[in-house]
Design a protein around this ligand. Structure first.
Ligand code: TMP
Length: 210
């Protein structure tokens, strides 16, 4: 038996971080042990480099190098995630994960399968909750949009198209956020998350070569 691994994904400024924090308070209120990791995790040496790349537009990296850094940043936490799930029986909530890695890099033109390959072997989540927004103009109007490298409306549309390639995965759940209150989205996320939290998780799957 192990605890579930739940991922919240979405385009930039779709309310992902707000909703992740609400999910954590819900788990706390229910007395369920939980741990949040937000990727990129910017505090490690690799994370600091990623932060410079995202915020200081003068740090240039090839698309492939940037992609591999994001993946390396996840690998830094691989054993911690596995231990939390198996040894500590702690629900792990990830704010972005492999799916962002693949969607953002393939939106730049890199091959989709190539983008997935450095993450092969990372734990596969039980549920991916994707905050879906079709209204990129509304997203672009959110506070802070445009501060980081990828916060450009036309690019976000390309990223959305790449994320949608995961929709057929059995662990994928779209939650539409347009026109909904924070509380409404929070309820819908809980309805999905709850099924995994109360269900029994057995073996831990890994990302695999197709
Ligand atoms: P954040 O705004 O959620 O901190 O994410 C930072 C940016 O990094 C966001 O535009 C998505 C992008 N990103 C990637 O390009 N590849 C990745 O693997 C991850 C986790 C994020």
């Amino acid at each position: 038996m192990r605890a579930p691994l739940i991922v919240i994904e979405g385009l930039d400024r779709t309310g992902k971080t707000t909703q992740t924090l609400r999910l954590l308070s819900h788990l706390n209120n229910e007395g369920i042990k939980n741990h949040l990791i937000k990727f990129p995790e910017r505090t490690t040496p690799i994370g600091e480099l990623i932060n410079q790349y995202l915020t200081n537009k003068r740090l240039e990296l090839s698309d492939q190098s940037a992609h591999l850094l994001f993946s390396a940043n996840r690998w830094e936490f691989q054993s911690e995630i596995v231990d939390l799930l198996i040894k500590n029986q702690t629900v792990v909530v990830l704010d972005r994960y492999v799916y962002s890695g693949v969607a953002y890099s393939s939106a730049k033109g890199l091959d989709f399968q190539w983008c997935l390959s450095p993450d092969i072997g990372m734990p596969k989540p039980d549920a991916v909750i994707f905050l879906q927004s079709r209204d990129s103009t509304a997203t672009a109007k959110r506070e802070g949009f445009g501060k980081e490298r990828y916060e450009i409306e036309s690019f976000q549309n390309k990223v959305r198209a790449q994320f949608e390639k995961f929709e057929k995965d059995s662990n994928w759940h779209n939650i539409y956020v347009d026109g909904k209150s924070i509380e409404q989205v929070e309820r819908e996320i809980w309805e999905v998350a709850e099924q995994y939290i109360t269900g029994v998780q057995d073996k831990l799957d890994r990302f695999q070569r197709k």
